[in-house]
Design a protein around this ligand. Structure first.
Ligand SMILES: O=P(O)(O)OC[C@H]1O[C@](O)(COP(=O)(O)O)[C@@H](O)[C@@H]1O
Ligand SMILES: [Mg+2]
Ligand SMILES: [Mg+2]
Length: 339
């Protein structure tokens, strides 16, 4: 089947506009901004080794993490593209301490959408040519259009998301997103600079045999997680499972959604709330996972029901094939009945 027979992302966005509750074309323009920014970042990622974008900037972000040059560059590219589209009134990013109010154009304050982004996910893999990603989450503001954007516009439960997705910059570059009507994946044809619908209606299999967790932290894991890892490794029934861990959330999630599996970044004795950020990592992946028939919790509670209190708060994260997440939760509830 030649590229031409695949529907393009642009066509798909327009086609699906009617399915969308608030369809006024604004979300389509917002998604187009993400599409454009992803192509610009993709070009930089592809030539990272020769484009002087390898290595650290020498600053730390609010999470206390060393910012990579590509973290900062991707952040600038996405903020620029989103700010130019007159549909976004505010942006929050992993790389910015506070949210940004967009006032780059006269109507910005009338815009209804806020975007939360992890501009470059899997930063530890940039310098070693392993796939990385971008994660985005979109909400309607809660404050009145025409009034200043406020923190509450961003501190919304995941169930309020109107769209979410990721870009994976891997052996091929893909955009995968949902607006609440299933999950679809589009592959970039770099020669044409066009995304084509390559993975319609993506689904997690009910169960799988891949588990993804950084076992290097094993001694610091809660007992429930240690018990689940032992369960995965036991010679029994369809086990032992295969361990796969890329160290880029987007890439581990993407593989598990295609092959069936579970990704866990639990709390540890050093970081009791885990590592991943609720608003621009966990909520968008949870929306995608649930739309693809999977499940996503903090080991006990549905991620998208968690009430956010801070822009950069972290939560433990259990996400993937439904039955596998249920099993992991069973071990957590048995080992930590008080939680
Ligand atoms: O190296 P660790 O502790 O296993 O953490 C890896 C995890 O951290 C992350 O890199 C955090 O995301 P950022 O790179 O956007 O900060 C995830 O992509 C990944 O799954
Ligand atoms: Mg990340
Ligand atoms: Mg990041």
């Amino acid at each position: 089947m030649s590229e031409q027979s695949f529907q393009t992302l642009g066509e798909f966005i327009i086609d699906k506009q009617e399915d969308f509750l608030y369809s006024t074309g604004e979300l389509s323009r917002l998604l187009s901004a993400i599409r454009l920014a992803s192509k610009v970042v993709n070009r930089q990622v592809n030539k990272a080794g020769i484009a002087d974008i390898i290595g650290k900037v020498g600053n730390q972000n609010i999470q206390g993490e060393e910012q990579q040059k590509l973290d900062v560059l991707a952040n600038e590219i996405f903020i620029e593209a989103l700010s130019q589209r007159e549909v976004v009134c505010g942006i929050a990013s992993e790389e910015n301490d506070d949210f940004i109010e967009i006032n780059t154009h006269s109507n910005a304050h009338l815009s209804k959408y806020v975007v939360l982004i992890d501009p470059l996910d899997g930063s530890s893999n940039i310098d070693v040519n392993v796939s990385v990603g971008t994660i985005f989450s979109i909400y309607r503001r809660v404050s009145e259009p025409g009034t200043p954007v406020v923190l509450e516009d961003f501190l919304q439960k995941g169930v309020n998301q109107i769209a979410a997705g990721y870009v994976v910059y891997g052996s091929s570059t893909m955009i995968v997103y949902t607006t609440g009507n299933g999950v679809n994946g589009f592959t970039l044809d770099p020669s044409l600079g066009t995304y084509y619908l390559s993975h319609p209606n993506m689904q997690f299999s009910r169960t799988g045999n891949i588990y993804s967790i950084n076992e290097g932290n094993y001694v610091h894991f809660p007992q429930g997680v240690k018990d689940y890892i032992k369960f995965c490794q036991k010679e029994e029934e369809d086990r032992p499972y295969t361990s796969r861990y890329i160290g880029s959330l987007v890439s581990d999630f993407h593989r598990n959604m295609i092959k069936g599996g579970i990704y866990i970044y639990p709390s540890t004795s050093q970081s009791p709330t885990g590592k991943l950020r609720l608003l621009y990592e966990c909520n968008p992946m949870a929306f995608l996972a649930e739309q693809a028939g999977g499940k996503c919790t903090d080991g006990f509670q549905r991620i998208m029901e968690i009430e956010p209190t801070e822009l950069h708060q972290r939560v433990p994260f259990f996400c993937g094939s439904y039955d596998m997440v249920e099993k992991a939760e069973e071990f957590m509830k048995n080992a930590h009945p008080q939680s």
